[in-house]
Design a protein around this ligand. Sequence first.
Ligand SMILES: [Fe+2]
Length: 517
Amino acid sequence: MALAETLVDQEQLRADWARGYESQPEEHAGWVSAVSGAIPPELSGTLFRNGPGLLDVGGRRLHHPFDGDGLVAAFSFVDGRCFYRSRFVRTAGYLAERRAGRLLFRGVFGTQRPGGWLANALDLRLKNVANTNVVHWANRLLALWEAAEPHRLDPRTLDTYGVDRLGGLLRDGEPFAAHPHIDPFCHWDGGAPCLVTFGVKPRFDGTSVLKIYEIGPDGLARRTQELEIDGFAFLHDMAITPNYCVFFQNPLRYDPLPYLFGRQSAAQGLRSLPGQATSVLVVPRHPSLGEPRTFQAPPGFVWHHANACEEGDTLHIDSVWYDRFESFSPAGDFRALDFAQLPYGVLARTSVDLRTGATERRELGARCCEFPVLHPGRVGRDYRYVYTAAADAPEGPGILQTLWKVDVASGASEVWSPGPRCFAGEPVFVPRPRSAAVAHLTTPDVGDPIGNTGPGEDDGWLLALVYDGARHGTDLAILDARDLAAGPVATLHLDHHLPHGLHGSFSSGRFAPEDRY
Ligand SMILES: [Fe+2]
């Protein structure tokens, strides 16, 4: 009986998961009226989220959710209320396919145009779907997709202005990563914050070109670098410290021929190289610190880093590690997941001794997790708490259904489950205004807080989208990050669903209609 119930539950869970990938073609705007609990009045600003909104075009299913057009959602908090808006990014591809009423482009992650390989061969156009992340920086709201330029949006209306080349910093079609990191206290810039990001482009000669961009709060480039990397570099994320940018070049090879001949999409040519070391590329952020260096770390694959910090001559980089890269399969349906066969993401710390070159890796917890985040004031610094979406079970692979908080110093952890038919997305940590940790960072005479974990680092809220399969709707959960187990202080119930999403960020800007900014 118990086994039968378990099987039914797993079937239900798979069906719920699949339904969370139904397209959401509608756009919405309005004050959220269905709220359980109370939105904290001190929570002020806007949560921006991005992810695929369309999982089929003209009645034809996409092969992979990463190919779906970006649907940006904004939750603007004003005096204990929330104004919600969602809009598609008006990319050239989205507009063309909407006009045509059918699928016109190959997707990078598996979607092929109708008509077999002949219809796809030598069609090397990239459809920029602008679906991976959204960040508000230097008065620009940017929807990000790592293989091409960002799109600039109006933060209040989410109207699309168009492709943004950042005042000439980017060339036509230039890659621009979807994982910017904001140094809260850049000592190269007198303590001003600085956005650090990159773009990487593999070349057919077997090398890759990496560009690093550091952009000030005025939108102007503070520092840029261009490096040639040996081998094929598939870099999705990076980590920063006050002095370094860190990249993990995981062991992969790339076979472009099936893509060129129309038999597979671009990313399906990626293959894991089991047993080969990971190259850790450490790039100084300032020329006075010398040349870039490469170190060897254990095999595996990393999509996302939680944080990095410096301790004397040692760098610590906390990341979600998989034992290998899972190829984007040309076969099958991504909705029909076998949860037991999912890649097992484990939070682990890689330490690199910059003097001796020695590296080591140790696990920070066993729970399967993804989408690690932290207090924005601790980026690049010693820190205590990482927050992730995580599996329900304490170990083993599993779909992301809970939020998980880990104390990286003590190993203690805490988990919150929204319900057996719910799926949790990436959390975002928002510091409570005037909290001790914020004051610690912004008091001028404290200086750069390297090495000092501020008091009350978890004094703030954790915001996460939760897809509830029982009602085919999406909630926004707001939790007190000091006590996840207590459950949300407020839950906002949207009257529709947002498909399982990717990344987002919080801006202190208030973009509800009545507000001036
Ligand atoms: Fe990502």
